[in-house]
Design a protein around this ligand. Structure first.
Ligand code: AHG
Ligand code: MN
Ligand code: MN
Length: 314
């Protein structure tokens, strides 16, 4: 079943359908650009974004692609993007807000490693984008990997669609995604190990323990594209950790357009997420580009790291 037929079979509002179709069109356009390998599309622009990070040409191309597709709907009031300092108003009478990371993992583009796009959809209300993640109506990501996949969660259910490049259609391949309660994968940038809190270091040590037969109990995997790391762990079972470090005392990932949508999808697959103090979806954002420590994954693995956190405090 393709995405349009699937959406027509569901009682979602027209706005939700319109937004998912806009993401579908934009993501296929972006996937084609990523695959063109035209050298003038790749590389750094030599400028920094609001987060003081190197802007890749494709970061801005991705941003423009999605904004242009969102402009064609009439239900989107405004867009918050990682690539734009201020919120951009599209339609004063729009009922929905979209926060997005148009290209996630962009430092991986030049080396042919999967990247993604992430979207959080909220109702437009007086809180604007500073709503808790639990208020999201819809969260979606697209992974541009060996295949392109569009994954979204709504009404506490998560679905995955794979792109058929011959017909340019997303086909439902993963109905009702469920993450195993536990898994063997831990995903953390170990370059940060010496500046992590004791409990996080202890969790990594726990993952490296051998069993009674001297065999490893876990396997380490870190791609450096949140979407790709999360997607693998979601399907196979595992935990992703990006807690605070000396370099990034607030954490590295952005609450509103990276962690919230991923946490919302995780919840629909029965996973847990936390900032190591409270559930990510319960955090009230204070500013639009806020960063946060982030742990997400199989419920028993997240509970384990939280229990070490508690024992560190007591
Ligand atoms: P972005 O490309 O949107 O800036 O996101 C990069 C993020 C995330 O995808 C990844 O998990 C993390 O940054 C990697 O950070 P390190 O290079 O510090 O490991
Ligand atoms: Mn990102
Ligand atoms: Mn990005």
């Amino acid at each position: 079943m393709n995405l349009a037929t699937f959406l027509n079979s569901k009682k979602y509002d027209n706005e939700i359908k319109e937004i998912l179709i806009a993401i579908q069109i934009g993501s296929i356009d972006l996937y084609n650009k990523l695959n063109q390998q035209e050298s003038d599309l790749f590389g750094s622009l030599g400028q920094k974004n609001i987060q003081n990070e190197d802007v890749q040409k494709l970061d801005l191309i991705a941003n423009d692609i999605f904004i242009n597709n969102f402009k064609k709907t009439d239900c989107i009031h405004s867009v918050l993007s990682e690539e734009e300092k201020e919120v951009r108003i599209l339609n004063n009478s729009g009922s929905h807000l979209i926060a997005m990371d148009p290209l996630d993992g962009s430092s991986n583009i030049d080396v042919n490693i999967p990247v993604g796009s992430i979207f959080s959809v909220l109702m437009n209300n007086e809180e604007g984008f500073l709503q808790k993640g639990s208020s999201q109506r819809l969260a979606c990501y697209v992974i541009y990997g060996t295949a392109a996949m569009l994954v979204f969660a709504i009404d506490n259910e998560a679905y995955g669609f794979s792109l058929n490049i011959k017909t340019s259609q997303y086909i439902l391949t993963h109905p009702n995604i469920q993450t195993p309660k536990t898994g063997s994968i831990f995903s953390i940038n170990e370059g940060n190990l010496n500046s992590l809190t004791k409990s996080v270091v202890n969790y990594v040590k726990f993952c490296k323990e051998l069993n009674s037969n001297g065999k490893r109990t876990h396997t380490g995997r870190f791609i450096g594209s949140l979407v790709a790391d999360f997607h693998r762990n979601m399907l196979k079972g595992g935990i992703f950790i990006y807690s605070k470090t000396n370099d990034k005392p607030e954490g590295q990932l952005r609450l509103i357009y990276e962690c919230n949508p991923i946490a919302f999808i995780a919840k629909a697959t029965n996973s847990l997420s936390s900032n190591l103090k409270e559930e990510i979806l319960d955090v009230k954002p204070e500013h639009i580009h806020q960063r946060t420590p982030f742990v997400v994954g199989s419920s028993e693995m997240v509970q384990k790291i939280l229990s070490l956190q508690i024992s560190e405090r007591t």
